[in-house]
Design a protein around this ligand. Structure first.
Ligand SMILES: Cc1ncc(COP(=O)(O)O)c(C=O)c1O
Length: 421
């Protein structure tokens, strides 16, 4: 039995499921995303245990990593899905997740997306405005299909996270004002082809102070309780995702504390609960392996230029995010202060600034840790860079999980004009 996730062998070299990472890069090249199904399974089971006593359903938040194999793996373990686009819906179907386990979230579902989801009879729409309700009502009436509707509350809570991933504050585009929720929920009961199924909340991502969840869930429950007292049915509550993970250490998320909060609030109630975890299921199960192109010095500043860039991992420049970076093979020596940067022509193209790292040479391999979530999924082809390859480790074997377009492939997809007229 090997340790879960990425670990060092007796020679200090990074391994996964008994395979040396350097052997994988020899076979597949760099930059390379590697995902460990061992850790994914462990994390899923811990989460399941966390929500077991409140009988919660898990809907994996596909936005965290939308690789069909990753969705499929969680689906096989029993997860449903939380999606934010019809593209993610099709990926879930390809992954074998049935529509009756899919929650459609998101602030901007367009008419085509609503129609498609309705025709496939998805579990529920989590809706974010009265305007969206009207659109769904018109489409559902025309198709004579019933839409299960859950209202997402904006509780005006500012959790301890980066502004760009805080979604429960009044100024954000998300959810329906708490003051309006009751009247909109009552309206659901008056409309044909609309079936009210409950209320939901998601206040953001990468949250560590669980008192924010507690506040949001208590608020959600009190609105739901008072609607029920007034005779309205509220069968389900959707508690969203957002559990923070530790990018700078091996500490696990505090699932025990989370379990206590949800048990204290919901154990004695009869709501069917759903959860939408993303990051805490997949982030730590991923690593991005990159090769050093060269060192460079500008005045007193040391740079390490690597073959991964912001098009592979945008989190550092987008969210000021920290990712641990280490050599794949054990390297001894004095640590120096460096900026670890990609080849893209942007000052914003960095993976780490002012980081202490042992001196490395051209062709050395570096591991950028905790890149399973919100990493490859945000990739681009900026600077005509091709995608990084992605592999999955399952039962001690590596599998390539996507085909990469070469630059020639991408040129062939462009329509080239002759400009002769
Ligand atoms: C509606 C919704 N649910 C779930 C998630 C997943 O959050 P996390 O990956 O932090 O668990 C997100 C991401 O922000 C989201 O927008």
């Amino acid at each position: 039995m090997f340790p879960k996730g990425f670990y060092r062998d007796e020679n200090g070299e990074l391994n996964v499921q008994g395979i040396k990472v350097s052997v994988l890069t020899e076979k597949y090249g760099t930059p390379l995303f590697i995902y460990d199904t061992g850790l994914m399974k462990e994390r899923y089971e811990v989460f399941l245990n966390t929500v077991k006593n409140v009988k919660g359903n898990i809907h994996y938040a596909v936005k965290a990593n939308d690789s069909v194999n990753i969705i499929k793996f969680f689906g096989k373990l029993g997860a449903g899905a939380d999606i934010v686009s019809i593209g993610e819906f099709h990926k879930c179907i390809a992954a074998g997740i049935t529509p009756d386990k899919i929650i459609f979230s998101g602030v901007g579902k367009d008419k085509y997306e609503i129609e498609t989801a309705l025709k496939h009879n998805i579990l529920q729409f989590n809706i974010e405005s009265e305007e969206e309700l009207n659109d769904i009502y018109i489409i559902a009436s025309k198709l004579r299909l019933t839409a299960n509707i859950c209202l997402r509350i904006n509780p005006d809570i500012a959790p301890d996270t980066h502004k760009k991933i805080s979604t429960g504050e009044k100024e954000t585009k998300f959810g329906i004002d708490t003051e309006k929720i009751t009247s909109v929920y009552k309206k659901l009961h008056e409309l044909d082809y609309i079936n009210p199924v409950g209320l939901g909340v998601h206040i953001g991502s990468q949250i560590f102070d669980f008192r924010f969840f507690e506040k949001a869930y208590l608020n959600l429950k009190s609105i739901a309780d008072s609607l029920k007292i007034n005779g309205y049915k509220v069968p389900t509550l959707d508690l969203g995702g957002g559990i923070g993970i530790h990018y700078d250490s091996n500490k696990k998320p505090d699932f025990v504390a989370y379990k206590k909060i949800i048990s204290d609030i919901f154990l004695k109630s009869d709501y069917q609960l759903s959860f939408e975890p993303g990051r805490c299921l997949i982030a730590e199960a991923g690593v991005l392996i990159t090769k050093v192109i060269r060192n460079k010095k500008n005045k007193d500043k040391n740079f390490i230029i690597i073959d991964a860039a912001m098009n592979n991992l945008i989190r550092p420049t987008l969210y000021d995010a920290y990712h641990k970076i280490e050599t794949v093979k054990n390297k001894k020596g004095q640590a120096i202060l460096v900026d670890i940067v990609g080849p893209i022509c942007e000052t914003g193209d960095f993976i780490a600034l002012n980081r202490e790292l042992v001196k490395v040479l051209s062709d050395d391999l570096l591991a950028i840790r905790t890149t399973g979530a919100y990493a490859s999924v945000m990739r681009s082809n900026y600077n005509s860079r091709v995608d990084a390859l992605e592999i999955l480790i399952f039962n001690g074997k590596s599998y390539k999980i996507k085909q990469i377009d070469t630059i020639q492939d991408t040129i062939l997809k462009e329509k080239i004009l002759d400009f002769n007229s």
